[in-house]
Design a protein around this ligand. Sequence first.
Ligand code: B12
Ligand code: SF4
Length: 503
Amino acid sequence: MNKIIFFNPRSGRFNHRVPISVLQIAASVQGKYEYVIVDGNMEKDPWKKIEGYLQTNEFKFFASTVMPGPQTKQAIPITKKIKLKYPELIIIWGGYFASNHYQAVINSGFVDYIIYGPGDKAFPHLLDAVLNNKSADEIENLVFKKDDKIIKTRKGEIPDQDQLPRLPYQTLNKFYPIKNYFGKTFLGTKTFAYHSSMGCPFTCAFCGIVPIFNARWKAKSAVNVYNDIKYLKENYGINGIEFFDNNFFVSEKRVAELSRLLLDEKISWWGEGRIDTMDKYSDETLQLMKDAGCKMIFFGAESGSDELLTKIDKGGTQTGTQIKNFAARMKKFGIIPEYSFILGFPAETPEKVMKQIDDDINFIKEVKEINPDTEIIIYVFSPVPTEKSELLNQSEDLGFKFPQKLEDWLEPEWEKFDTHRNPLTPWLTKEMVDKIHNFETVLNGYAPTVSDYKLTVMQRKIIKWISSLRYKKNIFSFPYEIKMLQKFWLRYRQPEFEGFYME
Ligand code: B12
Ligand code: SF4
């Protein structure tokens, strides 16, 4: 039998989103191959479930999505076990981790094929080739080994997103009730995840999607997105949407058209965009978005320094002044800007690295003055494998190296690297990393995330009051009193790890 097991490894302890990546791949073989879905987020012990399926002898393919960080924790050991116990099974990985670190993955010996980038065409072609004993050399977006040599086939075009079938929600529902993927968030009581475009037209040097898409972007039309949302509303009653696109707001025309369609649907939504792109939007479009339910937008602000913005190839026209002015502009429309900053970029000297961190801390405080509703997300810079990027070259010159062995990614320090918490890159000292995290703790005490709706007004007031002296006087060291309150009293959850607070 030629059945497929699709595996979505656990991505976090909470907030279990609908597994869009595997559903989209499943859609590409719907009606052609039989498959089952194992969602690591919904299983206590996914291995038990997988082994149960394998013992039926009906399966030929194990296909797993793997994004960096926590998903590797299940993906690596489970795949290894499968390869050892069921060596005849064909193992295929896809997703951002598999795509960006394909050498380590394919050299591990327990993954037969990697699909890098979009798998909508490559996956069914690969299955056909394997089952018909045909060569895979001509299939785009594929990595495999031949005579001990790694073959990476050419990059294919991003498929026309309007030609892709709707995700097989009903099939997923047979394995895991769809209702278990509806979260209660600050957007709505039934918040659902949706993805409306592939890639991004920019080439920021720190971003993991650049090596895969090289500034290409394709989107579903506004009408098709609306039809899907309408379907989800009518069939499942959703009332909140997280648009998980890398860059949802590339086209003002598409956003305005979708907003017009959503005006009377009573759906609140969130998405990710760029400040310089959206600063070019007209006031009419921003107002229309607000009226159509847009509550918050995630922006990669990255840094207040123009020199750094240029160095990290933020692309486009973003500047420090624009970041501040745009925070003020969003206030006028009542849309919350969620600004993400990356601290800890390399520099010529340790003093300069520290100065960059200090300057950005002060910049973040300025932004909060201008629009106190601005939500701040802080990451520590972890290099991404964009070949020939100046930032990667500089990181490597300073002694940084990616792990060569797949299982090394399971080491705690590489997990911290992946989640952009504590990458221990050679130019960052403990003092610098502590400063970044301690500032973050104080900031989150002074201004807790607005998306955690379970915090009461009183709780917010108390934690703000306790943190205010530290925040105002820049005293960040050892903020244990705030950490204790966040851990035991507020059970505070930071959106950078798990997305919105969700019940
Ligand atoms: C949803 C999401 C999450 C969710 C997890 C969702 C889940 N699985 O339950 C949460 C919020 C938990 C999360 C967390 C993190 N995430 Co995340 N996440 C995303 C996001 C926004 C959407 C993923 C998605 O659904 N895409 C839609 C599908 C259709 O696209 P796709 O995954 O690319 O799938 C296509 C191909 O890759 C391929 N494919 C994918 N899987 C498979 C499998 C097989 C078998 C095949 C054949 C093909 C294939 O085919 C698909 C269709 O064409 C992406 C950005 C994005 N827009 O993709 C970031 C993204 C994947 N995350 C990223 C990161 C860095 C993280 C974190 C590490 C961040 C952090 N600081 O903590 C954490 C930790 C990860 C974790 N906890 O596992 C980065 C990865 C970049 C990189 N360096 O490689 C991304 C790209 C965001 C970004 N622009 O930086 N994330
Ligand atoms: S604009 Fe955002 S998604 Fe696009 S390359 Fe830059 S960081 Fe990545």
